[in-house]
Design a protein around this ligand. Structure first.
Ligand code: NIG
Ligand code: FE
Length: 423
């Protein structure tokens, strides 16, 4: 049987066709919608997207399997460019303590927080961590994510950090594409209690060279904030990481602006993530840079805080903005990109179109995969969704629901809401 798939009948096909660099400013509002479009996928790769009459009349479209989207929305699969996918158990005690008024920082000091997860991950076998992560990947596929990043950072020692990166890489045998990121400066583990400088020194001397030479990742991330690592510490770590050829990412200004954005720009970071605490100067600086501002509204929502990142200011100033889930057991235990999009609209005043661009093609740029996913364009993989709506704005509007009828990865259905897979 041939391996050609013809997608037709969508009320709106959001192609996101556009420039080959991250979308910034007004470009974020351009979804390049085809109202009577069709798409042909051959061997998992998109070969044609355009007006239905043209694509359906192609010789290659004859005898292709057909997917009739019957008046619904077709769009690229979500690219979740910031997750802590492999993380062991939920932190329900932290959650309840926070609801009773304790802050994230207080809980962390009392032995909860990232250190709790470090202990749990250390005591869990690779097999079990892998099985848990596969469960999460299944949920992500159901909610429309087709590509994601997965950070390490919950390993209390070298062996565990390497294990997390290897698990992330090996999980690419699942249908989703997973990009591992080395988060080598997340939290000081117990062995270096009270000695964050010593820990950074250790990472630079021992683990970074190992991670880089094993070819496990292209990215090095660090948590630069009050209560985490200082600018000086992160500068040392990122100097070494970039010296090994890794590209920088930073958890920046989640709780306080201590200079993390300037540091991200100093290292030409691919992305600066969080940014809830930034001010006008950082907004301007990001807008003038090539660093993607990755916003994570799920963590603000889950922590019950009210200060979201200034998405409107960033976009209006001309910055490239992505949104992601920050899926992790402490600050954002949800892997729903649809929820992140609803929050981006309702709480950060992004338009639905901006939020969709931020959750697809700009996310792809933030993990170096814009050449293969994030939009429906010839030569990219056939990673797309059929949504149970006829106007894309209904997806963020009806928040908290799953609008995905079908998730397709490289031309193959990986999730179908109904037993009958439409094809
Ligand atoms: O992105 N900010 C630091 N890291 C994570 C939280 C990790 C955790 O609490 O386990 C974040 O929010
Ligand atoms: Fe994070």
């Amino acid at each position: 049987m041939n391996n050609r798939l013809l997608v037709r009948g969508a009320r709106q096909m959001l192609t996101l066709r556009g420039p080959a660099f991250p979308r910034r400013g007004a470009q974020l509002r351009d979804l390049s919608i085809l109202e009577n479009g069709a798409m042909l996928i051959e061997d998992g790769v998109i070969t044609h997207v355009g007006p239905a009459r043209r694509v359906e009349n192609l010789a290659a479209a004859r005898n292709a399997r057909e997917l009739d989207a019957s008046g619904r929305v077709v769009m690229p699969g979500f690219v979740d460019s910031h997750t802590h996918l492999i993380h062991g158990p939920a932190r329900l005690d932290d959650y309840e303590a926070r609801l009773q008024g304790r802050s994230y920082a207080e809980i962390a000091k009392a032995g909860g927080g990232i250190r709790f997860t470090m202990r749990a991950v250390g005591g869990t076998s690779a097999k079990r961590l892998t099985a848990q992560a596969r469960g999460h990947l299944g949920t992500m596929a159901r909610y429309g994510t087709t590509t994601l990043e997965a950070k390490s950072g919950y390993g209390a020692d070298d062996a565990t950090e390497l294990r997390l990166l290897r698990i992330a890489k090996a999980l690419n045998d699942a249908p989703l594409t997973i990009v591992p990121t080395f988060l080598g400066a997340h939290s000081t583990p117990p062995a270096f209690d009270g000695d964050p400088d010593g820990y950074i020194h250790h990472q630079i001397q021992s683990l970074l060279p190992c991670v880089a030479s094993a070819g496990l990742t292209r990215f090095a991330d660090a948590y630069c904030d009050s209560g985490a690592f200082t600018v000086a510490q992160v500068r040392r770590y990122l100097s070494a990481a970039t010296g090994h050829g890794l590209q920088a990412k930073i958890h920046a200004s989640q709780f306080a602006e201590i200079g993390a954005v300037a540091l991200a720009l100093e290292f030409e970071a691919v992305s600066a993530d969080h940014l809830e605490a930034i001010g006008a100067a950082q907004v301007e600086a990001l807008a003038r840079s090539n660093t993607i501002a990755t916003l994570l509204p799920g963590s603000v929502f889950h922590l019950g805080l009210s200060r979201y990142a200034p998405a409107r200011g960033l976009i209006d100033a001309g910055a490239a903005v992505a949104i992601a889930t920050d899926f992790n057991p402490g600050t954002s235990p949800s892997c729903s990109m649809q929820m992140a999009i609803s929050l981006a609209c309702a709480q950060m005043r992004m338009t639905p179109a901006e939020a969709i661009v931020a959750a697809t093609i700009n996310g792809a740029h933030a993990i170096g995969l814009a050449g293969e996913c994030g939009s429906l364009e010839a030569a990219k993989y056939g990673d797309f969704l059929v949504l149970n709506v006829s106007d894309y704005r209904e997806m963020p509007y009806s928040f908290g629901l799953n609008h995905v009828a079908l998730t397709v990865k490289r031309g193959e259905v990986i999730y179908c809401e109904k037993d009958d897979p439409l094809i």
